[in-house]
Design a protein around this ligand. Structure first.
Ligand SMILES: C[S@@+](CC[C@H](N)C(=O)[O-])C[C@H]1O[C@@H](n2cnc3c(N)ncnc32)[C@H](O)[C@@H]1O
Length: 317
């Protein structure tokens, strides 16, 4: 076992403060979803993945299990495997077993979740070389281990790509296309368009875990930036915006109020919201068109039996 941890491209506390002040100053207040994932947020997300209503994880696990032989052949046994937004590396285990990569490089903004996952993986895969990188994939990352002559494959499961706008997703795919090089490939998990009721339930679970995950962002601002958000005066709100093909998550102010973050003061009207996340849904054709614009050919697509979720195998064109 070889385990190696690096920290890359982190804007740290100053970047968090800057983004929060800028986001709360917008006419439609908004916060980047990457800040959900402090230690508490990562644990809440892991609970979301196990909820009855949150079909995404189960569907992606099922399709990965059902097609693992073909997925591993597509990735190429012995390749270098880089995973963006790896979290607890749940689905990755299936891939690691089947493709035995030369090196596994999980990249995540949540240092705590990354360390926990890497420690667990190194117990489960004692011969695997793990090079964990705590970093932000929304800015250029130095990844010296992701070079060389071995085939390079990027794995991006969980529909994290849906949290990017289509323009951001295209830029992200372009960056990845450059990283994997001409013989490289990418495996991307993408949530499919479907009945709005199913989508609504997935982001409004009956146990309130998604609400706690959303509200934790305000708690994090209070804790790390000296904010005074009163969490009882904000409510989780998620809905499917059909024309834009995305779930939107907001935190709605339940009263007219003002909130301080350090030296900055922000006014809220009753009913005004902070837009905290988008989760874009794509048909297979829509996603393949997006990937093509970034220089990838959609070579394979796997879906679960119920057609809820897709895993795209992209080849550098
Ligand atoms: C929707 S979760 C998916 C987790 C896991 N891949 C899965 O399939 O269940 C998003 C993951 O990406 C990470 N993440 C979000 N934004 C990020 C960023 N800008 N840079 C690096 N990691 C990020 C989060 O910490 C979290 O682990």
């Amino acid at each position: 076992m070889a385990r190696d941890h690096r920290s890359r491209g982190h804007a740290g506390l100053a970047g968090f403060r800057q983004d929060v002040i800028a986001g709360l100053s917008l006419p439609q207040k908004a916060l980047p979803p990457k800040y959900f994932y402090d230690a508490a947020g990562s644990r809440l997300f892991e609970r979301i993945c196990r909820l009855r209503e949150y079909y995404l994880t189960r569907a992606e696990l099922a399709l990965t299990r059902a097609h693992i032989g073909a997925i591993a052949r597509f990735a190429g046994k012995g390749s270098i495997l880089l995973e963006y937004g790896s979290g607890e590396s749940l689905k990755t285990r299936l891939l690691l077993h089947a493709m035995r990569p030369a090196v596994y490089m999980p990249v995540d903004i949540s240092g705590e979740a990354l360390r926990r996952a890497a420690a667990k993986l190194s117990r489960e895969f004692p011969d695997l070389r793990i090079a964990a990188v705590a970093g932000d994939f929304s800015r250029p990352l130095e990844l010296p281990g992701f070079r060389g002559r071995d085939r390079r494959v990027v794995y991006f499961p969980g529909s994290t790509i849906g949290n990017l706008s289509p323009g951001e997703a295209q830029a992200f795919l372009k960056m990845t296309r450059g990283q994997v090089g001409p013989r490289g490939a990418m495996l991307v998990g993408v949530d499919l368009k479907k009945d709005a009721g199913v989508l609504h339930a997935a982001y409004n679970d009956s146990r309130g875990v998604t609400a706690a995950f959303n509200l934790n962002l305000l708690e994090r601002i209070n804790r790390e930036l000296g904010g005074d958000f009163d969490l009882r005066r904000f409510a989780h709100y998620a809905f499917y915006n059909a024309p834009l093909g995305r779930i939107e998550m907001h935190l709605v102010s339940l009263a007219a109020q003002s909130v301080n973050v350090g030296q900055h003061r922000f006014g809220f009207a009753a009913g005004e919201s902070i837009h905290t996340e988008n989760s874009c849904k794509y048909s297979i054709a829509e996603f393949q068109a997006l990937a093509a614009q970034a220089g990838f050919r959609g070579a394979k697509v796997w879906t679960d039996r119920r057609g809820l979720f897709s895993l795209h195998g992209l080849i550098a064109d």
